[in-house]
Write a protein that binds this ligand. Structure first.
Ligand SMILES: [Zn+2]
Ligand SMILES: [Zn+2]
Length: 346
């Protein structure tokens, strides 16, 4: 089969790889129909994730059809259409029992990281019963690709960790796909104001269409002053960091109100300066996390009822044979006006 394979920092190739086989009775083999590229894949390609070894098939998002199941898989059979979670979970270990699927003792984020991923014709999914979700009849499968990672991440690590409440003022720093997912799902809780911050005017325009009440272009380095002005000098109840660099984390520290939340979603490669000398007295809460995907069944229902429309994030579509081109477009997101790309294998 063909698969997008990591060949060390800066190197990838669409190449021939052996089709995966059932290794444990709890495995399923899924034929991928649609997949996508995540910012994390770009981090891997820049060499930021050294746990990814050369020869690894990338990708941790997608939908597909069950090709084969191990003898221990009870919930799925050949031909079932499924949503693949970016998090593999056994459902039985101590962390899974606490809903901490991200830290499953025999799973977590392993797809396209420690085991071969979804940017291929077929993928092996361990603990299939707990790591796959049946696709309800009539739901747009492209929309569901956004539920493998982006939407649970924005919702759980941004909105739920930040404890967004009705009438609050929320700022989201970073209008990439995950920041946009946080923007769309924060509206489940009816905050009064959502201020979106980014360097890219095109993304800020899109954010307005998605429900941002105010937008701030931070390229002049004055985001903090602008946000304080927009909030009458009070700051925000919830500041979500959806980039993963010191500058954006700093904005969050400066704009959070007393009693507020800083919800870090960004993947950080460098340390940040945490201003405990200012914040110790302000009763704030700082949260971090890797998505557990425990909200996936709930999000599926909201997509089915059209309350949530994740397909809004899709800007480009490619055939699987053109996945190298898809990487080029996604890697030049600002120039290409790209948010999420769909790669189809049908
Ligand atoms: Zn991802
Ligand atoms: Zn587990």
């Amino acid at each position: 089969m063909k698969a997008l394979t990591y060949l060390g920092p800066g190197k990838k190739e669409l190449m021939e790889k052996p089709k995966p086989k059932i290794e444990k009775e709890t495995d399923a083999i899924v034929k991928i129909t649609k997949t996508t590229i995540c910012g994390t894949d770009l981090h891997i390609l820049s060499g930021d994730v050294p746990t990814v070894k050369e020869g690894r098939i990338l990708g941790h998002e997608g939908v597909g059809v069950i090709e084969e199941v191990g003898s221990g898989v009870k919930n799925f059979k050949k031909g079932d259409r499924v949503l693949i979670s970016c998090i593999t979970s056994c459902g039985k270990c101590e962390n899974c029992k606490k809903g901490l699927y991200a830290h499953c003792e025999d799973g977590g984020w392993i797809l396209g990281h420690l085991i071969d991923g979804t940017q291929a014709e077929y993928v092996r999914i361990p603990h299939a019963d707990n790591s796959l979700y049946p696709i309800p009849e009539g739901v747009d499968e492209e929309a569901l690709v956004m539920l493998s990672d982006i939407f649970p991440t924005g919702f759980e690590i941004g909105v739920l960790n930040g404890k967004v409440q009705p009438g609050q003022t929320v700022a989201i720093i970073g209008a990439g796909p995950v920041g946009m997912a946080a923007l769309l799902t924060a509206q489940f809780y009816s905050p009064a104001e959502i201020i979106m911050v980014d360097l890219d005017d095109n993304r800020l325009e899109v954010a307005k269409k998605f429900g941002a009440t105010q937008v701030v272009n931070s390229s002049d380095g004055k985001a903090i002053e602008k946000i304080m002005e927009l909030t009458d000098g009070k700051g925000v109840d919830v500041a979500m960091e959806a980039v993963g660099i010191p500058a954006t984390f700093d904005i969050c520290q400066e704009i959070v109100k007393p009693g507020g939340y800083i919800a870090n979603i960004g993947v950080h490669g460098k340390s940040v300066e945490f201003h405990i000398e200012k914040l110790w007295i302000r009763n704030i809460t700082l949260t971090t996390g890797l998505v557990n995907t425990t909200s996936t069944p709930m999000l599926l229902k909201t997509v089915q009822s059209k309350k949530l429309k994740p397909e809004q994030l899709i800007t480009h579509r490619f055939a699987f044979a053109d996945i190298m081109k898809a990487y080029e477009v996604f890697g030049n997101a600002a120039k290409e006006k790209a948010l999420k790309v769909i790669i189809s294998n049908d």
